[in-house]
Design a protein around this ligand. Structure first.
Ligand code: C2O
Ligand code: CU
Length: 494
């Protein structure tokens, strides 16, 4: 080899190395930045978005003007006083019998779903969660109940996961009548799907509500169930009775509810009564993952029953063994125009902060895994926005979905008022939601009042999507969390 040939070869080697570095370097960088450190605070995650308002950043005292925040642990329910409703829920890993099959799953007090918790507006509820045998640890989140932040049950954000042998006491006053549910918020994509949940009903004060029933819809493995049974749910009632069926969609996909051959009314959505709900015929209610809908049906006078179809399952209301059946009407009740308007208690147009929550999809890394990732405002987890508000703010948020799939978006600790969908304004009853299904291509403008200080998750309730990183947080200025993702408790909220 001449000196010249050797030089040429060296140059080629150097060029190849440089070229590979140019390709691999950024890849390695993206891989590296997608990792969530073993002990990370959500306060260090991503970047603050102040929604157009000047202001400090939340928590941790990162900036010189900040000062350390107040710990969310101080934002708890009443520590004193006798509870009006008190119970212990013991979580276990264990077999579940559904539809003649035995599946691996999780139970609360030996069953899945766990017991339905019933309370009245104003009650102090005290739940002691005991983890007897859930190896990853567990928590309870009160989905749709706007509890004080320290009672919210999110591992790594509002508490440490309760280890096997441990316990945790939740205490909160229920202020809003409605249909809610509770579920684990530790490794929730596995624990909720495996059965670690139950229903929670808050009745109006001094209530004389008449006949009603809870129908918690869940799919165990491939077995669709209502209240843990693959059979139809029977609700005894007399001819002429009006019965409120409280439907809870504990799954990830949209649940369609309809009443074959009879009229019904949609009384409430996500724990908020609708105003002036009219009769509905031949339309289905679409309930997004985590959402609830209260349907009112009337028992026929002929001694038969009326049927509420919940996907492939049925609720039979009345004395009879049978009721008319029929396929999904395929038209969907439009909540933008259902019911009549009434005061919402604030002016949503006078927003102090405006945020975008735009869901997209692109190739990248999340948690070191390559793939097609969910994005929020173009960023992938954990580099996601931290929406920053101050107590008392009126907040507007525009949710957009260009990801090609539907997402049930759930903000903790608050109810959102829908202002418009795809630019079309809401003109019916105020439409309050805590679990808003965004179909592919849709956009919604929503508003809420920042009246519940804390650090709150704002995530997709298709729980595998959350685990894949479709998660952001809402943080109140000056509030900090002492808990860590990972950490000694191995906190893993998704
Ligand atoms: Cu139903 Cu973040 O949860
Ligand atoms: Cu999703």
């Amino acid at each position: 080899m001449t000196e010249r040939e050797a030089l040429g070869r060296r140059r080629r080697v150097v060029a190849a190395v440089v070229a590979s570095l140019l390709v691999l370097g950024p890849l390695a960088w993206f891989w590296w930045t997608s990792l969530v450190p073993a002990n990370a605070s959500v306060m260090d995650m991503g970047y603050p978005d102040t929604g157009g308002a000047p202001g400090a950043t939340p928590g941790h005292g990162h900036t010189p003007t900040d000062g350390p925040g107040v710990s969310l642990a101080t934002l708890a329910g009443p520590s004193g006083g006798d509870p009006d409703v008190a119970l212990t829920l013991t979580a276990d890993t264990g077999p579940i019998e559904v539809g003649g099959r035995t599946l691996d799953g999780y139970t609360l007090n030996g069953t899945s779903p766990g017991p339905t918790i019933e309370a009245e507006v104003g009650d102090l509820v005290e739940v002691t969660l005991v983890n007897r045998s859930v190896p990853d640890g567990t928590t309870l989140h009160w989905h749709g109940v706007d509890v004080p932040n320290a009672e919210d049950g999110v591992a790594g954000v509002t508490q440490d996961a309760v280890p096997p042998g441990g316990s945790h006491v939740y205490r909160f006053v229920v202020e809003d009548a409605g249909t809610y549910w509770y579920h684990s918020h530790q490794v929730s994509h596995a624990q909720v799907r495996g059965g670690l949940f139950g229903a929670l009903v808050v009745h109006p004060p001094g209530s004389d509500e008449g006949a009603q029933a809870v129908a918690a819809v869940h799919t165990y493995g491939a077995v669709p169930t209502i209240n843990g049974s693959a059979e139809s749910l029977r609700v005894p009632a007399e001819p002429g009775d009006q019965v409120r069926v409280r439907v809870v969609n504990t799954g990830s996909g949209v649940l369609r509810a309809w009443v074959p051959g009879a009229q019904y009314r949609l009384l409430a959505l996500d724990g908020r009564d609708l105003h002036g709900p009219g009769t509905v015929t031949d339309e289905a209610v679409a309930i997004g993952g985590g959402g609830r809908a209260d349907l009112e049906v009337t028992v026929p006078d002929d001694g038969g029953s009326v049927r509420v179809r919940l996907g492939s399952q049925s609720v039979l209301v009345g004395p009879g063994d049978d009721a008319p059946d029929g396929d999904d009407p395929r038209t969907t009740l439009d909540l933008l125009t259902y019911g009549t308007p009434t005061d919402v208690g604030f002016d949503p147009r006078a927003a102090d902060r405006r945020f975008d929550y735009a869901i997209g999809r692109r190739p990248g890394f999340v948690a070191g895994r390559p793939g097609l990732q969910w994005t929020i405002n173009g960023h992938t987890y954990p580099d996601v926005p931290m929406y920053v508000v101050s107590e008392g703010d009126v907040v507007q948020m525009t949710l957009r979905n260009s990801s090609g799939q539907g997402h049930p978006m759930h903000l903790h600790g608050h109810h959102l008022l829908v202002l418009s969908r795809d630019g079309e304004p809401s003109t019916g009853s105020p439409w309050w939601t805590d679990s808003l299904e965004l179909a592919a291509g849709e956009s919604y403008e929503v508003a809420f009042v920042a009246d519940n200080p804390g650090i709150w998750m704002d995530h997709c309730h298709n729980l595998p999507h959350a685990q894949q990183g479709l998660v952001a947080h809402l943080a109140y200025e000056g509030v900090d969390t002492p808990y860590l993702l990972g950490g000694d408790a191995d906190n893993a909220p998704e």
